[in-house]
Design a protein around this ligand. Structure first.
Ligand code: MCA
Ligand code: AMP
Length: 469
């Protein structure tokens, strides 16, 4: 039963860890975390679902841990959420209160998190099928959907990674990723607590911050690693590390090679989704292949299917839609039975929407996505549709088409093509960018607006995005 427990502090029970979590300049021991999180649990134990404004602070960590102790579902909210995105997440999730920090002008009750409060009450371990998190993630159209992740799925996902990466209490994890997604929050906070290894969160994931933190295990999205390779002095200071792990988006081969050259470490690549946690990874004790994301982690099976559902051979060359199964998969999209049903095959496999090849030894290479409407920018998943809707809500915009164009720093750069209602008296580009940042979130803003006279459309009137580049 211990294996499936998701009381992250119980798993590392035993000796105290004096520096269990360091974040935003504050260090808490394991017993500090347990005492303060239990006091949070006492305040919210009767709630079902609470929203947590996921700033990288100790308050966020304690709010999440308190909910896990009490069996309350956490809805992490991006701290830069704009008005439309925030309203959507709160309405859709049915969150009953803010736990910890809250945005200005909120209508929901706010339950404070007291960092110095302590309680030693013990709670029974909730059923592994209980929902731990509802994480909001973008689809190709419409507003973000709530991904329902159970305690059991998270426990299985973290244990599979500890195995793949030989992650032990002797490690110190360093990262500076946001705390509202699988990568930074589940892997990056719950992972070290479950394993019993200290965490150092750097705030922003800058090359200087990574170089200054003395860790053994470092997590980053490709943009973080690419920026580190552009700062060779910082990169060389990572030579002492045990493992550099890259994920959330494709790691360009030149960045892989440069990182190996500067740090002496070939990075470990791993692949996953909010819906599936991490399903594929290079192993700590195994081969590393630039451009490849490794083999299935414990409990995972994968297969490739073509457009009509026929089997695609695992020959290292044939390309097919990647489907996965395993114990770390989500339970479905919140209140979206149609979207949930559409993402599963009749025989119980999850359609990732990614296109891949698998070689005879079980190695996977992610070739791309099935839809041009899902963009990965800086490791963030952004739907073209939600940005188009936001742009169309601006009075100056008559038509909009959003694409992800290749970008050396961000992987893909969000570019919006717009047709304006009338010729503006002054340039509108900056105002449109700010409009999306205010409505959705800063990281979803287009980096570029291109004003055009008309969008390319086919005979059916559908925008031909492949012509926008
Ligand atoms: C610029 N800024 C603006 C505007 N323009 N603010 C408001 N309105 C504007 N129009 C400000 C920003 O607020 C910020 O300010 C600064 O400009 C820099 O913004 P930006 O360029 O967007 O950020 P960055 O520093 O370049 O970010 C790069 C990054 C970030 C750090 C790599 O993209 C990142 O954290 N990515 C991680 C994504 C992630 O964790 N994905 C995991 C998904 P200020 O400096 O004041 O803040 S989970 C997943 O994918 C699966 C499961 C998996 O496999 O892991
Ligand atoms: P998210 O929902 O933010 O979890 O994004 C999941 C998507 O990120 C996947 O469907 C992939 O398209 C992409 N992704 C994650 N890790 C990798 C990787 N190592 N290589 C290529 N794409 C990745």
């Amino acid at each position: 039963m211990l294996l499936r427990s998701l009381n992250p502090l119980a798993v590392a029970a035993g000796a105290d860890i004096p520096d269990a979590v360091t974040i935003d300049g504050v260090t808490l021991s394991r017993s500090d975390l347990l005492g303060a999180a239990t006091s949070v649990a006492e305040r919210i134990a009767r709630a079902e679902r609470v929203a947590v404004l996921a700033r990288p602070t100790v308050t966020t960590v304690l709010a999440v841990l308190g909910c896990l102790l009490a069996g309350v579902t956490v809805v992490p909210v991006p701290p830069d959420s704009g008005s439309a995105e925030l309203a959507h997440i709160l309405r859709d999730s049915g969150a009953q209160a803010w736990l910890g920090a809250a945005p200005d002008g909120t209508d929901l009750p706010v339950v404070p998190v007291r960092v110095h409060a302590r309680s030693w009450h013990t709670y029974p371990e909730p059923d592994p099928a209980t929902t731990a998190f509802i994480l909001y993630t973008s689809g190709t159209t419409g507003p973000p959907k709530g991904v329902v992740l159970s305690r059991g799925a998270i426990a299985a996902g973290l244990d599979a990674l500890a195995d793949a990466w030989s992650w032990t209490p002797g490690d110190v994890l360093v990262h500076g990723l946001p705390l509202f997604h699988v990568h930074g929050l589940i892997l990056g906070v719950l992972g070290p607590l479950r394993v019993g290894s200290p965490l150092v969160h750097t705030g922003k994931p800058t090359p200087q911050a990574y170089a200054a933190a003395r860790g053994t295990l470092y997590f980053g999205v490709p943009t973080v690693w690419s920026r580190i390779t552009e700062d060779p002095d910082a990169a060389k200071r990572l030579a002492h590390a045990r493992l550099l792990v890259s994920g959330s988006a494709p790691l360009p081969v030149p960045v892989f090679e440069r990182l190996r050259e500067l740090t002496g470490h070939a990075p470990v690549e791993r692949y996953g989704m909010s819906e599936t946690m991490i399903t594929l990874s290079t192993r700590a004790d195994g081969e590393r292949r630039p451009g490849w994301v490794g083999t299935p982690v414990a409990g995972v099976r994968t297969r490739l299917r073509d457009e009509v559902g026929a089997d695609v051979p695992h020959d290292g060359e044939s390309i097919g839609g990647l489907q996965v199964s395993g114990p770390m998969l989500f339970d479905g999209y919140l209140d979206r039975p149609d979207a949930t049903a559409a993402s599963w095959t009749d025989d119980g496999w999850f359609r990732t929407g990614d296109v891949a090849v698998i070689d005879p030894a079980g190695w996977h290479r992610i070739v791309g996505r099935e839809s041009v409407d899902l963009i990965k920018s800086g490791g963030y998943r952004v739907g073209a549709g939600e940005i188009e809707t936001a742009l169309l809500g601006h009075p100056a915009v008559a038509e909009a088409a959003v694409v992800g164009l290749p970008d050396a720093d961000l992987g893909q750069r969000i570019v919006a093509y717009v047709v304006l209602r009338e010729t503006p008296a002054e340039p509108v580009e900056e105002r449109l960018i700010a409009h999306v940042a205010d409505q959705l979130s800063v990281h979803k803003r287009p980096r570029e607006i291109r004003v055009v006279d008309a969008l390319p459309r086919n005979a059916m009137g559908k925008v031909q995005k492949k012509l926008l580049h």
